[in-house]
Design a protein around this ligand. Sequence first.
Ligand code: ATP
Length: 248
Amino acid sequence: MNIPSNHPRAKSLYIRELLVTGFRNGLVAPEGLIAYGRGEAFDYLLGEHTTEVARDAAKAASSTLLLAKYPVISINGNVAALCAKEIVELSHVTGAAIEVNLFYRTTEREIAIEKELKKNKAKFVLGMGSNASVRIPELQSERRRVDPNGIYKADTVLVPLEDGDRAEALVNMGKTVITIDLNPLSRTPKVAHLTIVDNIIRAIPEMIVAAKQLKGKNASVMKNIVEQFDNKVNLVESLKNIQGGGRV
Ligand code: ATP
């Protein structure tokens, strides 16, 4: 679809188009389109921009990845369709590995996502096929399968657009869990240690900028940023922005 650049909802239509194209190319599950619908409603209320508190959260998230011993970024179909290139860049800047992890896992979707990541210069993609051989305790179905060399072994996991059960199971496994979720009322942002309430399409570039600024700095600088961050306070402030800030 050709979206006129002066259309008042051009950016929003562009994001929809990325997801529809991702769906047609086998990256995105039909359910992923619906999940974006929920996110998009919150983005509308937020005013479709990155708030100050989201920027703070992105900075703390990048610090956490840089400080981690073995960080892993979990990728689903929506993430690959919206920002494969930026995810690969973030993984290069922070040294985090990339693992495909799907709620609706099929071999075809796994391969399509791996192809998209490699097209965008990912060197290695974890979690493919039988490599996702370990199970996360507590969870049923395909979404509990993870890679022993990836999420299972990680000390820190970035799990954007995640469902609450899985995020909670990762927390219970002792991992530091970072998420990106437009809905501060959802379960994942509440159970995660660190949540960026923003559209992933803006949040990952924010994280890249922060990581580039912080990389090479003394660890104490990053530790300080992480210690200052309070997830509960950040969620309350994000909700206030949604209730009053964004479009009012
Ligand atoms: P939970 O189990 O945490 O309560 P949920 O059932 O509301 O989550 P899921 O479909 O499991 O929702 O997860 C998708 C989450 O991702 C939703 O909270 C949705 O608002 C959010 N989301 C969808 N698209 C984006 C996006 N592009 N950027 C940020 N967040 C998004």
